[in-house]
Design a protein around this ligand. Sequence first.
Ligand code: FES
Ligand code: FES
Length: 165
Amino acid sequence: MSSFVVDKDGIKRYAVTVNVNGSDYTKVIKANTLLVNLLRDDLDLTGTKRGCELGDCGCCTVMLDGNPVNACLVLAIDCDGREITTIEGIQDGEDLDIVQEKFIEHAGFQCGFCTPGMIVSSRALLNENPSPTEYEVREAIAGNLCRCTGYVNIVAAVLDAAENL
Ligand code: FES
Ligand code: FES
């Protein structure tokens, strides 16, 4: 368990250290702070979106130790000492990741609200399986809802990214 202090209101606050996109950050948080809020509110990484906050929409998807998770369902305190990759960390230095490039090329987004989570889920898939079938792509993004695109262009973008890894 992380060390804690008791604030002036009598609430316990815990020190956690997380590695986000390759850098370590130590923050003092409440026990019920969600990972999505730690990223957005404490680290200013607002690429990770806050949508349903129920685990239904997937727009808050990040990688936790390489695996895609809904950041609205993960307690930040449980991420102490762990590695997180957000959409801001997908990029390859100054260059876009191939998945990002292919989303642009195939018009895999419209309003863009689902896109960070969609790209993180897709990247996590390609890290594990560089040659997915269309079914595997659809399965990997099944937890990411898009209200705009109809998914066809998204799936095409991920398959094209796989071919160009
Ligand atoms: S905001 Fe996390 S799944 Fe919708
Ligand atoms: S691009 Fe608008 S929700 Fe997916």
